[in-house]
Design a protein around this ligand. Structure first.
Ligand SMILES: [Zn+2]
Length: 273
């Protein structure tokens, strides 16, 4: 059973600093299994921005995965019972709607290079040089359902929206750090990237190579701090869907001081979101 953590109310928008009309902000979106949240932490305008890219992550990137794996949804009645698979015969493609237990599951794997800031702090760029986007597939739970379709074989499609995925990673890392350090506890670098005002997402959001074995937690989250001359760089290491073998991301959150970090930062969270 997963645990709901309500952090201390922020009473300011964690993205733009607005003080009015504040809503609760989930750390990991509810649509991706997240339960923990920051009370009174996002204004209406910023909520519109974050829900737009979160929605693209939930539908474009993790849509069929969420349906096949029964990841929680706020609209269970609207959740489709079938997913599409494609068969091709004599160069003619046919789309079949197959009960979800009978589909090949797909999960997008976004494997990013380390954040540009860690490679060369003087260089920023738009786009995802050196990244690879792959699909992890899982056999259908009930392949016997295929007998109902006159097709020799099936294929499935998986779409990728890496910018929305990167903004999601940035949002999770930022919101989590606000939950632990408070808005005054660190110099936050991510809000312009989350809000779409800075497009060079690969500067602070990236990945790293490590073992992709499945874990027994849904998402894995850790902090790491890197000392520099005056301050400490705060990094969040995040494996979304670690339970299903998701790849490793690392996000540069900003800087903080040793007193703050020693006092407040839990280094390993490994929670179920
Ligand atoms: Zn705001």
């Amino acid at each position: 059973m997963s645990k709901i953590t309500a952090y201390r109310p922020v009473n300011l928008c964690i993205y733009c600093g607005a003080k009015e009309d504040l809503r609760d902000e989930h750390i990991v979106p509810y649509s991706l299994g997240g339960l923990s949240f920051l009370p009174a932490a996002s204004c209406r305008e910023c909520e519109a921005v974050t829900s737009a890219f979160e929605g693209r992550c939930a539908s474009v990137n993790f849509g069929s995965f969420r349906i096949r794996e029964n990841v929680q949804t706020r609209n269970p009645k609207k959740r489709p019972k079938n997913l599409s698979m494609i068969s091709t015969e004599d160069d003619v493609a046919t789309v079949h709607l197959v009960p979800k237990e009978g589909v090949i599951a797909t999960m997008p794997l976004f494997r990013f290079r380390p954040p540009g800031y860690l490679l060369d702090p003087t260089h920023k760029e738009i786009g995802w040089t050196g990244a690879t986007f792959e699909v992890k597939t899982d056999a259908p739970r009930q392949q016997k359902l295929w007998k109902n379709y006159k097709a020799p074989s099936f294929s499935v499609t998986q779409n990728f929206d890496p910018d929305s995925h990167a903004r999601l990673l940035a949002k999770i890392a930022h919101a989590l750090t606000v939950g632990h350090l408070g808005l005054n506890g660190f110099e936050a670098w991510l809000p312009p990237y989350i809000l779409g005002n800075d497009q060079c997402l690969s500067y602070l959001v990236g990945g790293f190579d490590a073992n992709e074995e499945s874990l027994n937690v849904l998402h894995e989250i850790r902090y790491e701090v890197w000392p520099t001359k005056e301050k400490f760089i705060v990094l969040v290491k995040l494996r979304l869907f670690a339970q299903f073998g998701g790849p490793h991301a690392q996000i540069v959150v900003g800087t903080s001081t040793s007193e703050m970090l020693d006092r407040k930062l839990p280094f390993v969270i490994e929670a179920n979101a």
